[in-house]
Design a protein around this ligand. Sequence first.
Ligand SMILES: [Zn+2]
Length: 300
Amino acid sequence: MNFRLSYLVTAFAVAALSVSAASAQKTGLKVFISVDMEGVAGVVNSDQVTMGGHDYNMARKWMTEEANAAILGALDAGATEIVVNDSHSTMRNLIAGDINPAARLITGSPKTLGMMQGIDETFDAVIFIGYHARAGSADGVLDHTYSGAAVHALKVNGRETGESELNALIAGHFNVPVVMIAGDATLCAQVKKSLGPDVVTTETKEAIGRYAAKTLVPSESQKLIRTNTAAALKKLSVFRPYKPSAPYVVEIDFLYSHQAENASLVPGVERVSARTVRYTQPDFINAFRMFRALVTLANA
Ligand SMILES: [Zn+2]
């Protein structure tokens, strides 16, 4: 290779390197916020979380304010991009006109990834607001797992799984860690155990039963959510994505035997007892889609 040619090759190589470095370089802090309703401060009854319920409009305002508190916390930590996903029931609860304009809002349903619609590998961190304890928890305000009408219990790889773990697994699929979770004290204790002690939690209330709680007033809860969100995002390096090893063995214990009967119509789904089915998937997104499909079938 003559000098001129080798110079040109080197120049091209340097240019190519700097282009790939520029495209690989992460710009800014990108935050995904999934907002449910049962864990919001002040919320204790189905009447507050059901569209058309007497106190629903008040509760959706508190839900919107808690989402805004998390957005402000993310902005305090330097977030440059924030996506908020409405994750409760119809997924049309957050009041779009009142959401902080620094964020983008995902609203409506159905959505393939449900409570995690919008997540991908470009995000740096996930925040859960308004989350609740898994189905079958003593002293968990409005405890359930995805469908109160169908799911009695859910296990992934033998471990008890609620919505927090399920959605953390989806984030984990994209290598994004869950860094802050807000909800009642029972939920906070559950996620410290399942996702690890590093996850920052915000206790919005302490359940007295399924329909009663000693709660922070909404303004106090919002202050804490803002502070804790910012604090978690400022120490991002301590968090790891929640990623148990594949394959994923999913076991759904339904409320009624006919629901397991319906679910076991799907090839690959094994009925292991009157109310329980089991299946295995190598990819967690497919495992999650299968879960949603089986619950829909069970409820049909
Ligand atoms: Zn909900």
